[in-house]
Ligand binder design. Structure first.
Ligand code: CMC
Length: 430
């Protein structure tokens, strides 16, 4: 697999170290530096700006060209023509399903969407005002206590069963987190409903009133799920892989991913965008916000702008912007105050030299929050929606890692900058 070699001269009089270079199917090649430790040096790469932590065949991103592919298929085509079940099957299995494969996959998930009755009791331990993500981290991790029958991670069938359980139950737990938060009874999943519609039913129905979903809104939420389904080795996915590399059970690993996703620089961004737009209040305040975002002495950042990988545009943002228009038109909300503020903020920022020079463009979360809000999803559920969507990515990446013969426990090294070895001084002599 190594066609070329790189040579690293450490400047210590020793011959250069030979390092194999591996070719990627698409995108940058990688230099295999695993042998460096034997020569007494490590690489230094905080934030993994130049480090490939694994090999993967799931998702490809070209940040400069704005390309995102799931198993080779462009996100634009999947968002336009596929449904979320097809995308889940694709990510997990590597190929698009046939009609009967899709039917069986969907059917299996429908049958396992209900959670064990004891799960209800976990919620009662939380304060009613607990953030839904706080409950989700705890309750998804708690699934570990229920499914010992499928914990042999070396067995592909067990991994598949865990994947089905996770995919089917995470929306149920997310909706329960919300219902608990607002003091309403939990609403059970309905096997007759599709994945997205079922989630909306668990969110918005009550024992007293049925919820009939608007197909335009179902499709919009489905698109949000598809666009967020996987994104290569991002912070939460890398967290899932690192947790799983020790052989931890998949429910615990996904709970770790949910914890990582919660941060405002990652999945918490769409919630932060909405809060920012609310705070801006009026378009006349936008210049002040832009000035604060540019001020180096101020930690404030324009939420929903910038991306570690996409440096020209985020292809998901283009699709989400379109969905935003569709949803607001359907609901007669074209004059929505927040949407107008968002469009004006986008216009001003895109013309500003600071944002142009730093290649800061609206990312998917700039628009997804506006769509979710229009659908009726409360702001504190936004990151939970992201977690539902990303569960398929996490579980696919986890499965791929466990099946990889090169997989070893993740154990980064460090550049130690602390004190040199010194003698202990007893407390009375310090
Ligand atoms: N507003 C103002 N300045 C910014 C912003 C922003 N949103 N994002 C980056 N910058 C500046 C930053 O200050 C830095 O300036 P300088 O070079 O003078 O120090 C420069 O641009 C590069 O920023 P960075 O922090 O080194 O870039 P990064 O790749 O580490 O960070 C990011 C990427 C997404 C964390 C960051 O752009 C950010 O905090 N954006 C706002 C939060 C956000 O929208 N996150 C959602 C990401 S999309 C969802 C997902 O995939 O998880």
């Amino acid at each position: 697999m190594a066609e070329r070699k790189a040579y690293l001269d450490l400047g210590n009089g020793q011959p250069p170290i030979e390092l194999p270079i591996y070719s990627a199917t698409m995108g940058p090649d990688v230099i295999d530096i695993r042998s460096l430790g034997k020569h007494g040096v490590f690489t230094y790469d905080p934030g993994f700006m130049s480090t490939a932590s694994c090999n993967s065949s799931i998702t490809y991103i070209d940040g400069d060209a704005g390309i995102l592919l799931y198993r080779g298929y462009p996100i634009e085509q999947l968002a336009e023509h596929a449904d979320f079940m097809e995308v889940c099957y694709l990510l997990l299995n590597g190929e698009l399903p046939t009609g009967s494969q899709r039917h069986d996959f969907d059917n299996t998930l429908r049958k396992v969407s209900m959670v064990h009755d004891q799960i209800n009791n976990f919620f009662r331990g939380f304060r009613r005002d607990a953030h839904p993500m706080a409950s989700m981290v705890g309750v998804v991790g708690a699934l570990s206590a229920f499914y010992h029958d499928s914990f042999d991670i070396a067995d592909p069938r067990h991994r598949e069963i865990s994947a089905f359980r996770m995919l089917a139950k995470v929306p149920t737990i997310a909706a329960m987190s919300y219902k608990y938060n607002i003091g309403q009874p939990f609403v059970y999943p309905q096997n007759r409903l599709g994945y997205v519609e079922n989630f909306m039913h668990m969110m918005f129905a009550t024992p007293c009133e049925e919820y009939v979903a608007n197909p335009v809104l179902v499709r919009a939420l489905e698109r949000i799920f598809i666009l967020h389904a996987d994104h290569e080795q991002n912070a939460s996915t890398s967290t899932v892989r690192l947790a799983g590399s020790s052989g931890a059970n998949p429910f615990a690993c996904i709970a770790a991913g949910i914890a990582s996703l919660w941060g405002p620089a990652h999945g918490g961004a769409n919630e932060a965008v909405l809060k920012m737009l609310e705070e801006i209040g009026d378009v006349s305040n936008i210049p002040d916000v832009i000035a604060r975002a540019k001020d180096k002495s101020n930690p404030f950042r324009l939420m929903g702008f910038g991306h570690r990988v996409y440096k020209n545009f985020d292809p998901r943002a283009n699709l989400m912007r379109k969905t935003c228009h569709e949803v607001l038109n359907e609901l007669g909300m074209q004059d929505d105050r927040l949407f107008k503020t968002a469009l004006e903020l986008e216009r001003i920022a895109l013309e500003d030299p600071y944002f142009i020079e730093k290649k800061l463009y609206p990312n998917v979360d700039f628009y997804s929050g506006i769509v979710l809000r229009a659908i009726g999803i409360p702001v504190n559920m936004f990151t939970a929606i992201f977690a539902i969507s990303r569960t398929i990515g996490w579980i696919s990446q986890w499965s791929e890692m466990i099946a990889d013969p090169e997989q070893r426990i993740g154990r980064p090294r460090q550049l130690y900058c602390g004190a040199e070895q010194r003698e202990f001084v007893p407390i009375g002599k310090r």
